[in-house]
Design a protein around this ligand. Structure first.
Ligand code: ATP
Length: 215
């Protein structure tokens, strides 16, 4: 069974940095699919500017024409903080024998020790870390030790066991962040060519980043 990739995020809004990473990892790791999982209530940050329904709609629009990239809305439907470990447990129960690859940017990986029940992640999934501009892999401390103990450069290792390995993978570097995009949109500038046209149209039509928007 090929692994399924899980790519969580606030996606406030989704952009080409997310999408290119998901697309490249889908092929490079020979994943069955990559599920994009928008967080309903992201626990480690402030309240998203755009509400969960609109963020979900943007993710759906972004991947609508791409086989292999699918949207999983369970964290938006679930009450309470969107802890990744809860999502991974549900997925593990649904498919006990299937490898799961949790896909993270390097910035997200460096924040992993702050996550709820973070050590359990390795019982449930492999962790695949995509290089992100401006960030380097740790070689000391808790994460450095974890990388030394669990790291692998072999894609086969992600297929041959269901969880527990760490794979660091270079992807095309696109220096785009949702924070910069929000600032740009709120300032009245056009986000064109930083995110899909379908997402740009939704932002324009819903006014979801307009300070006085009626949601
Ligand atoms: P914000 O600026 O609001 O923090 P973000 O652009 O980092 O948002 P998130 O939704 O928080 O986006 O990120 C979801 C996942 O996507 C994380 O694992 C993050 O590391 C990764 N990611 C975000 N932007 C990029 C990018 N440009 N290239 C590769 N990975 C990215």
């Amino acid at each position: 069974m090929s692994p399924v990739g899980i790519f969580g995020g606030t996606f406030d809004p989704i952009h080409f940095g997310h999408l290119r990473t998901a697309f490249e990892l889908l092929h490079a790791l020979r994943l069955a699919e990559v599920r994009l999982v928008p967080a309903g209530n992201p626990p480690h940050r402030g309240i998203p500017l755009c509400d969960a329904r609109h963020r979900l709609d943007m993710v759906r629009a972004a991947v609508a024409d791409q086989p292999g990239l699918v949207v999983d809305d369970r964290e938006v439907r679930r009450e309470g903080p969107s802890y990744t470990v809860l999502t991974l447990r549900e997925l593990r129960d649904e498919a006990p024998g299937r490898p799961i690859c949790l896909l993270l940017g390097m910035d997200a990986f460096l924040g992993l020790p702050q996550w709820h029940e973070w050590r359990s992640v390795f019982d449930l999934a492999h962790v695949v870390v995509a290089h992100r501009p401006g960030w380097t892999a740790p070689d000391t401390g808790t994460l450095g030790e974890l990388l030394a103990a669990r790291g692998t450069q072999r894609v086969e290792d992600l297929h041959q066991s269901v969880a527990g390995r760490i794979h660091v993978r270079p992807v095309t570097q696109l220096e785009i962040s949702s924070t910069d995009l929000r600032d740009l949109i709120v300032a009245g500038q056009d986000p064109r060519y930083l995110l899909p046209d379908a997402v740009r149209a939704l932002i324009r039509d819903t006014g979801c980043y307009h300070p006085r928007a009626t949601r």
